[in-house]
Write a protein that binds this ligand. Structure first.
Ligand SMILES: Nc1ncnc2c1ncn2[C@@H]1O[C@H](COP(=O)(O)OP(=O)(O)OP(=O)(O)O)[C@@H](O)[C@H]1O
Ligand SMILES: [Mg+2]
Length: 288
C-alpha cells in the first residue's frame, strides 16, 4: 500500500486532487479485497478500534521460550458475544487463561477499556470487571451452591445479597437448591453454579471455557440459552466452545483458532458458511 497520505501530496485546499486520490485508494482497496479477502490481522486492526477488551499479538506459554500463543489477536466490543472455536490443542484455553492472568504473557498486550491489564493477577482483573469460568474443576464440590456463590463475592461480601438475587433470577434452580453440595449436582447444574459464581462480581466481561463440554445435547442447549441470556443482560462474553456449529449460531462474531493464532474470523454466520472453515474445522468439530 502506498504509504503517502493525501495531505502529503495534495496542496492545501485542493479538494479535487484529494478526492481523486481517495477514489484511487478506494478502487485499489476494492480490487485488493476482491483479489484477496482481508486477513484476520487486517480485520483486527480495523475492527478493534474502541473495543471493550482487546488482546494484541499475544505470545504466551507455560515454559520459558515455548510459546503456545503465537501472536494471537482478539477483541470484543461492549455487549458483544464472541466465540472461539478450533481443534484440540489450538491454544483456546491458553488464550482465555492469558486474558485472565493465569498464563504469563511474554509479548503483546491486553487492554480493558483504555487500561493496560497485561499480566495483572486474576484478583486484580476480577476487581476491574473481568470474570472467568475455567474448563475444568470450576466448582468447589464440598461446598453448597450458596457457599460457592459466596466465594464469588469474596472481594465484596457486602454485595452478596443483591448479587445472589440477580444470579438466582437467571438460574432459579440455584436458589431452590442453595443448600445442596455442588459435588452432588449434575454436570449441567455445576456449569450453572460456575457461571453464577463468576457473575457474583457483576463482571462487564465474562470469559467462558467450554461450558457445554461433557453435557447431553439437551443440557448443552440449555447452556447456550443461558449464555445468550447473560449476554442480553449487558455482559460482554467471550466463549470457547467445542460445539462449534452451535456456538457459531449464537455468537455475534467468532474466531477459529489454530496453532496459537486466529486462522479465520468473521460473524458467526459468515464463519459457519465459509467453505474453508467447514472443510477444515466444522466438518470434524461439528461431529465431536
Ligand atoms: N498447564 C499446562 N502446562 C503445559 N502445557 C500446557 C498446559 N496446558 C496446556 N498446555 C499445552 O498448550 C497447548 C494448547 O493447550 P490448550 O489447553 O490451550 O488447547 P485448547 O485449544 O484449549 O484445547 P482443547 O480443545 O483440547 O481444550 C497444548 O499443546 C497443551 O498441551
Ligand atoms: Mg481448552
Amino acid at each position: 500500500m502506498n504509504s503517502n497520505h493525501p495531505s502529503d501530496l495534495t496542496p492545501a485546499g485542493s479538494a479535487d486532487s484529494a478526492r481523486e486520490f481517495d477514489s484511487e485508494i478506494e478502487t485499489n482497496a476494492a480490487e485488493r479485497s476482491h483479489a484477496s479477502p482481508a486477513t484476520p490481522t487486517q480485520i483486527h486492526a480495523s475492527g478493534s478500534v474502541g473495543a471493550l477488551i482487546r488482546a494484541d499479538k499475544l505470545l504466551a506459554g507455560y515454559f520459558p521460550g515455548v510459546n503456545i500463543l503465537n501472536e494471537a489477536d482478539l477483541f470484543a466490543h461492549e455487549g458483544e458475544l464472541v466465540g472461539i472455536i478450533g481443534p484440540n490443542g489450538a491454544g483456546k484455553s491458553t488464550l482465555l487463561k492469558a486474558l485472565f492472568g493465569l498464563v504469563h504473557i511474554n509479548k503483546g498486550s491486553v487492554t480493558l477499556r483504555d487500561e493496560d491489564i497485561t499480566n495483572l493477577r486474576a484478583d486484580q482483573l476480577v476487581r476491574r470487571g473481568v470474570g472467568f469460568v475455567p474448563q475444568n474443576n470450576n466448582v468447589f464440590p464440598s461446598l453448597t451452591i450458596e457457599e460457592n456463590l459466596e466465594m464469588g463475592s469474596y472481594q465484596d461480601p457486602s454485595s452478596f445479597n443483591e448479587r445472589f438475587e440477580a444470579v438466582v433470577s437467571l438460574f432459579p434452580t440455584l436458589g431452590e437448591r442453595r443448600k445442596q453440595r455442588a459435588g452432588s449436582l449434575s454436570g449441567g447444574e455445576r456449569q450453572m453454579v460456575a457461571m453464577g459464581r463468576a457473575l457474583m462480581m457483576a463482571p462487564s466481561v465474562l470469559l467462558l471455557d467450554e461450558p457445554s463440554a461433557g453435557l447431553s445435547p439437551a443440557l448443552q442447549d440449555e447452556v447456550f440459552i443461558r449464555v445468550k441470556e447473560i449476554n442480553q443482560t449487558g455482559v460482554t462474553i467471550i466463549i470457547v466452545e467445542q460445539n462449534a456449529a452451535r456456538c457459531l449460531q449464537i455468537v455475534d462474531r467468532g474466531y477459529v483458532m489454530d496453532q496459537g493464532k486466529n486462522a479465520y474470523t468473521g460473524t458467526g454466520n459468515a464463519l459457519a458458511n465459509d467453505p474453508k472453515v467447514i472443510e477444515l474445522y466444522l466438518g470434524t468439530l461439528a461431529q465431536a
